[in-house]
Design a protein around this ligand. Structure first.
Ligand code: SF4
Length: 397
């Protein structure tokens, strides 16, 4: 029988580099020759040895021309940069030793000058429903969480865009963590890579979808989120389809307008949760600066430019938005532009104020929306037992 264990991470420091080893209750994991993935069939664990450094320059921050220049200056051919680029992005190399088509001397030269500050999974937890939550450690020691959600026909990566969050939505566990910084494009990309590898290793299936619904507000880190998406969809990166990617926002109106102007091709979801200003402001402070009228205008602009629907994420809580008045307000808002609705099951975060509404209330919402032609789905949350479900990510592992 296969067993899953939480892994203990041990950092081993050598000059300039930190190597990370993982231990199971039966000793250190065996590792493959190229040190990329350590895998023992009797213990479903995976890991890599990451070469990270705070002092050396991260090679992935170099532009292609800078890398070419580096090789030329060191007496090598410019095309070496293309080989390295392929290792860094398409093959997601985490150490220079993996770059086996480079000579040992070239690998040593790279090690001398650069680091690969790839994130790595510090701890992995697996839910009884198959969901995997990763605590991902960044090169500066900060931690974010990302989640692999398996379903019959898809495997979805839910990734974070910021360390913590500044927007203070009252129902959200992440809001309890102060925002510390934005994730870089590489760090976002690396979360996707880690989940892609887990999908292949544990499910023997490819990663199919990506949602930006982890920690942080993606539109407050727009440049890095879009740069990461560009890499994920590039044939030089993971080559995933744009239509498989969804960015979810609490509704930063001016950024929705910018996305429309930029002609982005990924999907847009809005965490709405209330279509009456008074209620929405009471649970989501962003609504004070971005009231529903401004959000509606931004969405009209989005649809005018992109001709693409929006998905509203909506949780119904007892005593907060469980009245018919709220359901009617949602219906009215759904008519602003073509849209669909996900009614999401709520996962308590230890706050008595927020309790999932009864099924009959959900059915009232569902009937009203469906009768009026709005496609509506009730989404059961996944990974509740490991605090990996929507709104639960708070580095509690
Ligand atoms: S719901 Fe999103 S935007 Fe609101 S606090 Fe949580 S992470 Fe931030």
């Amino acid at each position: 029988m296969q067993k899953y264990f939480f892994l203990t991470r041990v950092n081993v420091k050598f000059p300039g580099n930190t190597y990370t080893l993982f231990y199971t209750p039966k000793g250190v994991l065996p590792y493959s020759k190229d040190r990329r993935i350590l895998y023992n069939p009797s213990y479903l664990c995976f890991m890599h040895l990451a070469e990270t450094s705070l002092t050396k320059r991260d090679i992935r921050k170099l532009k292609p021309d800078e890398l070419k220049k580096f090789f030329v200056e060191h007496g090598d051919k410019p095309f070496r940069a293309i080989q390295v680029d392929e290792w860094l992005w398409k093959k997601s190399a985490k150490s220079f030793d993996q770059m086996t088509n480079l000579s040992v001397a070239t690998r040593e030269l790279l090690k001398e000058h650069f680091a690969i500050n790839h994130v790595h999974v510090d701890k992995m937890q697996r839910s009884t429903d198959g969901t995997i939550k990763n605590a991902v450690i960044l090169h500066d020691g900060l931690i974010v969480e990302s989640v692999l959600i398996p379903a019959e026909k898809r495997i979805t990566a839910c990734v974070s865009s910021q360390v913590g969050c500044s927007l203070a939505c009252k129902f959200c566990a992440t809001a309890k963590l102060k925002r510390q910084r934005n994730l870089s494009a590489d760090e976002i990309y690396d979360q996707v890579v880690a989940i892609k590898e887990q999908a292949e290793l544990f499910f023997n299936r490819p990663l199919t979808n990506i949602v930006f619904m982890g920690m942080g507000e993606p539109l407050l880190n727009y440049a890095n989120v879009t740069a990461a998406i560009e890499k994920v969809t590039s044939p030089k990166g993971l080559g995933m389809a744009m239509k498989r990617i969804t960015v979810s926002t609490v509704g930063v109106a001016k950024m929705i307008i910018k996305m429309a102007d930029d002609g982005v091709k990924f999907n847009l979801a809005v965490s709405l949760h209330a279509a009456l200003d008074k209620t929405r402001s009471s649970i989501m402070p962003i609504n004070d600066s971005n009231p529903l009228s401004e959000l509606a205008d931004a969405l009209r602009y989005w649809y005018h430019k992109t001709k693409r629907k929006v998905t509203y994420e909506y949780v119904v809580w007892k005593g907060i938005n469980d009245s018919e008045e709220h359901a009617l307000a949602l219906l009215k808002f759904c008519k602003v532009i073509p849209s669909k609705v996900n009614l999401i099951e709520y996962n308590p975060i230890g706050d008595e104020e927020f309790q999932q509404a009864d099924d009959k209330v959900l059915n009232m919402y569902m009937d009203l929306l469906e009768k009026n032609g709005i496609t509506t789905r009730i989404r059961k949350s996944r990974g509740k037992d490991i605090d990996a479900a929507c709104g639960q990510l708070a580095n509690k592992n």
